[in-house]
Design a protein. Structure first.
Length: 167
């Protein structure tokens, strides 16, 4: 099993198979526009712009589970994030990342890369780095700014070009 075995919902409610991203390095993030970590949208966008043509895709999954910090409707999410943060990377449908209604993708991500204090997501902007084969290779805390692990992204992208795992 890999991340590419999952299908998620777009902000328009359409099914989006993650298999569409097979062969790309993914950075999967639960986002919230009213979160104190929301300035990370800008760094996520920087990574998206710098590496999208080399095989990186940033996928944002809005989440309202943490103090209701994501009040924006799915249908307005992409535009809101572009206007407020300059974000043009894909923002998918709003999901739960914890609890009984946790999205199956996030259940898988948490199982593959448990956090320091267990498998639950502690807050918005928890980040998962996935290699081009769909394997979860690293989990980053909400406090870890995206540019801090740019070198790891570069290493995965270089491995994807050569067709070798570089976890």
């Amino acid at each position: 099993m890999s991340v590419f075995d999952f299908t998620v919902k777009t902000s328009r409610g359409e099914a989006k198979p993650l298999a569409d991203y097979r062969g790309q390095v993914l950075l999967i993030v639960n986002t919230a526009t009213k979160c104190g970590f929301a300035p990370q949208f800008r760094e996520l966008q920087q990574l998206h712009e710098k590496y999208k043509d080399q095989g990186l895709t940033v996928l944002g999954f809005p989440c309202n589970q943490f103090r209701e910090q994501e009040p924006v409707k799915d249908s307005e999410m992409q535009e809101t994030c572009q206007i407020n943060f300059g974000a043009t990377f894909p923002l998918l449908g709003k999901i739960d990342v914890n609890g009984q209604n946790a999205d199956p993708l996030y259940r898988y991500l948490k199982k593959e890369a448990p956090g320091f204090f267990g498998s639950s997501i502690k807050w918005n902007f928890t980040k998962f780095l996935v290699d081009a084969e769909g394997r979860v290779v690293k989990r980053y805390s909400p406090a870890t700014k995206p540019l801090k692990f740019e070198a790891h992204i570069q290493k995965l992208l270089a491995g994807a070009k050569k067709g070798t795992p570089t976890g």
